[in-house]
Write a protein that binds this ligand. Structure first.
Ligand code: NDP
Length: 325
């Protein structure tokens, strides 16, 4: 799978899709079916192939899979579907982008191989922020009770009827806590200060939920357990005293970082580093440069929404490419 990359030898692509999560794969599928012969840069390290779906276990909220589907399998199925219609895939990271006159150069991998193209769809996604305290690392309790997505993982049996902790004080923390209150015996929201970023309506909703308890001025120090998470150690920021809580799960809701570093100073980004769109949901400040998925959307961040955005970006890109000819 994937194509060996050489220096561009005068070849100009119609469209390069950056990223291979639901938005990238759907964009590539639509481009390929429209005979645009797309090239997808699927990611390797920074933007892992398949995107955030590959960091979750069972996906139960993507329509079409009544029993749910493994996140990595879903992501790989989407890539395979795009490939079946002719998408070429390169398993490397995009490290830079040059914007020219009705043309772009996409720089790929450590050697900065150049790909020249008429248009680009940025689907580089976002990475959920994690805390790296003892017990949370990949080889420890990550995905064994520690997660960044309650809506993806929260209904798994390991969290059923047990108390869980949600780290954060924004709307995501409130939403995830309310969601987890359906499955867990109690939900503890752990905020590092006594100020909440959450909107008052979301905060009130969480406060009214009998299963949710909100703790202020507490930071996570350590996650402990046996095969899965059993308890957490917290520190009170006002007096440095430690406390322990028995929980079966820990969810980080401490924001996401859009993967837009390679675009800084080149196109308009919002204060939260998401791409700023104009005119349609996929057009950027640069003609021919489109975007879709979590790289543009800090609010919904769902695979099904990203797939829909990818479809829209491909339609916009196809119209743009045809307007050049
Ligand atoms: P936010 O940036 O709004 O909140 C992040 C939270 O995480 C803050 O409480 C922050 O604390 C905390 N935090 C950040 N870093 C750390 C850390 N290292 N340790 C402990 N806590 C930390 O992100 P959200 O994901 O909550 O929301 C993003 C956007 O999505 C917002 O615009 C939000 O309104 C929107 N949204 C809307 C929803 C809805 O309306 N239903 C649902 C979900 C999201 P501190 O304040 O101290 O920095």
């Amino acid at each position: 799978m994937g194509e060996k990359l050489k220096k561009s030898e005068g070849k100009i692509e119609n469209c390069v899709v950056i990223g291979s999560g639901p938005s990238g794969s759907t964009a590539a599928l639509y481009l390929a079916r429209a005979k645009m012969n797309p090239l997808m840069i699927a990611g390797f390290k920074e933007g892992a192939r398949g995107g955030q779906l590959t960091t979750t276990t069972i996906v139960e909220n993507f329509p079409g899979f009544p029993q749910g589907i493994d996140g990595t399998e879903l992501a790989e199925n989407m890539i395979a579907q795009a490939e079946n219609f002719g998408t070429r895939v390169i398993n490397k990271d995009v490290v830079d982008l040059s914007i020219g006159d009705e043309s772009f150069i996409v720089y790929v991998g450590k050697k900065r191989d150049e790909i020249h193209t008429k248009s680009v769809i940025v689907c580089s996604g976002a990475i959920a922020n994690r805390l790296y305290v003892p017990g949370t690392h990949d080889e420890e309790f990550w995905q064994k009770g520690v997660s960044t997505c309650a809506i993806c993982d929260g209904s798994l049996p390991m969290f059923r009827d047990k108390p869980v902790a949600i780290i954060g004080g924004g709307d995501s923390a409130m939403e995830e806590a309310i969601y987890m209150s359906r499955y867990s015996s109690e939900v503890y929201i752990i905020n590092r200060s006594n100020r909440f970023r959450a909107s008052s309506i979301m905060l009130e909703r969480a406060k009214k939920n009998k299963k949710i308890k909100i703790f202020e001025n507490l930071v996570l120090e350590e996650v402990k357990g046996n095969k899965t998470v059993e308890r957490i150690i917290l520190k009170k920021t006002i007096n440095n005293t430690k406390e322990e809580m028995n929980v079966g799960g820990v969810f980080f809701a401490i924001g996401h970082t859009p993967s837009t570093k390679f675009l800084e100073g080149k196109i308009e980004l919002l204060h939260n580093k998401c791409i700023k769109t104009t005119e349609t949901i996929t057009k950027t400040s640069v003609p021919g440069l489109f975007c879709a998925g979590d790289v543009v959307d800090a609010v919904y961040r769902q695979a099904i929404k990203a797939a829909g955005d990818g479809c829209a970006a491909a339609i916009d890109a196809i119209r743009y490419i045809e307007s050049l000819d």
